[in-house]
Design a protein around this ligand. Sequence first.
Ligand code: SF4
Length: 698
Amino acid sequence: MDGAGLPTTRSTCPYCGVGCGVLLRPDGQGGLDVRGDPDHPANRGKLCSKGSQLGQTLGLDDRLLSPKIDGETADWDSALGTVASRFAATIAEYGPDSVALYVSGQLLTEDYYVANKLAKGFFGTANIDTNSRLCMASTVAGHKRAFGTDTVPGTYDDLEQADLIVLTGSNLAWCHPVLYQRILAARKNRGTRIVVIDPRRTASCDGADLHLALAPGSDVALFNGLLSEIAQRGLIDADFAGNVTGLDEALATARSEDLSVTGLSDTDLSAFFDLWCGTEKVVTIFSQGVNQSTSGSDKVNAILNCHLATGRIGQPGTGPFSVTGQPNAMGGREVGGLANMLACHLDIENAEHRQTVQGFWSAPAVPTSAGLKAVDMFRAVGEGRIKALWIIHTNPAVSMPEADRVRDAIDGCDFVVVSDVTERTDTARLANVLLPATAWAEKSGTVTNSDRTISRQRAVLPAPGDARPDWAILAEVGRRMGWQSAFDYQSPAEIFREYAALSGFAARFGRDFDISGLQNLSDEEYDTLAPVRWPVTATRVGGRFFGDGRFFTPDGKARMLAVNHRAPAASPCDARPFVLNTGRLRDQWHTMTRTAKSSRLSAHLPEPFLEIHPKDAARLRLSPAALVRVENDLGSAILRARITDAVRPGEVFAPMHWTGETAPSARIDALVAGACDPVSGQPESKASTVSISEYRAR
Ligand code: SF4
């Protein structure tokens, strides 16, 4: 029996930040037929390999179907009672900052909002951070420093209206495939040129006019060189410069930059400068290669500086453009899911902002300073300062830098709660209390993609076993801790209306994020909500920001920052001569809890590996396809060598997907150092130092 004649439901892909719309139809055998939604503005019917295989990843074989306490199946009443009482007792004995939540860009906005409200408004701690800290925190910091708010200026349409697309630190072809397809289509239709800036030769280079294989971490120098060249060629936009401060200082610093640190030839530098300076409509897309760095925030500002100096921002086909890794990384930024933010882009250090949020929530307290960011949070867990930890839809025992230390820290924590769809993760195995949550296609809410488009995810499958939505689990804990009216939610629609109303209050402080036009949606209107780009107010829906030259700083002017190149925290040495870069594969997602269920996806690159340059392989006398031991003082991993000149000599690359569940000897994040950007707190996942030797099993 097939699903012909069964109803089709519109939803959104749960993987990357492109946020593609999908059409879901029961296949008549308990599964789903998944197609691209031709009406969704992000993908117009297209899906990548991961999205098109979603129907193959819905099996319940590994699902967590009931709560568990200390490994024993329990009922919800006992589990929630245990969570509420342990968190209340810990806060009472040790204070609010002795507890923490570590959440995820997999959460829907409504779940995220309730988690943030529970922590910051009612637990009284800002110790709620998210795995998005590992993804785009440097962009948030860079945006706020330049624009006054965390604002993505442009839209996906700009990618098709640009004449030059610069991809820096972004393997868009694999990590945001549908956006890459849109760019390739624009290249075919209008001759859009593409530059890729990446130490590795990635799949994104296949369609590029120019690939700059710069030295890891040297993006600031490169964009400072570009800024200097812009001025040299008389391309500073004198009209737009009136909307900007800091131009002279940024330019003076840029002119002092030594471009030799990029390792690029004069020919390559000139080719890039000629393309950028000679093209009016330029979009610079950046992602993890920029963000995951101890100078990530400065890299972002170096990019923004070039667009601000030329006025190439807020106009069709122009602008800096951050693409987010996860389906709802943007939603998490909007609800204040980072330890240093409040909901609706309000600032935790601002007393008026705090009072507004506190009053709106009728909350007993809102913390006056930022909480612990992810790396510091798990260090505090390891040091015993965090005594109760709630981890939601993420697997930090594998995915955090210094993953072995993080795993040991969680293992040693007094009380650990894990909400997830499966118990077969390295992190879930360490939980005192396991809470079964609903998964994609079983839960309802909204997500925001990389171009600020809010889309619905809709439930089409019944919740299996005892699984519950995250918002309902969080709200019930809030009620059991005594805050009945604050958490008396009956539906995600109700939460969304509250959140939209709060954004209207926030907008009075000149914030960008305003969806107050959605605060009176009926349940039916919420159910049928079509994708809509924020802001959504009585007078405005969507569009670009900053085309009018007005920014969200106190004086309305953008800030150009004087930023200098800083090398990565770790330098290669005799003991650890290689620089380790980590990243994603085309057909896997995070720690593979969903994608590994598809044999087709797993067939793409089926085992963990290490890319190493032929010269290095020869020097180490590696046989083809040898197993190698990669190690440093944080840990070790055993991987299959892939000898390729896609990486530069002295640099190696390993994918980050394999876990203790799927390949215990290949936990690559165990080797990633926890050095962080001092502004954003984002760890440097692309430049750890390691040694390599051939591994021979005894
Ligand atoms: Fe899903 Fe991203 Fe692929 Fe679109 S591009 S189908 S959102 S994984």
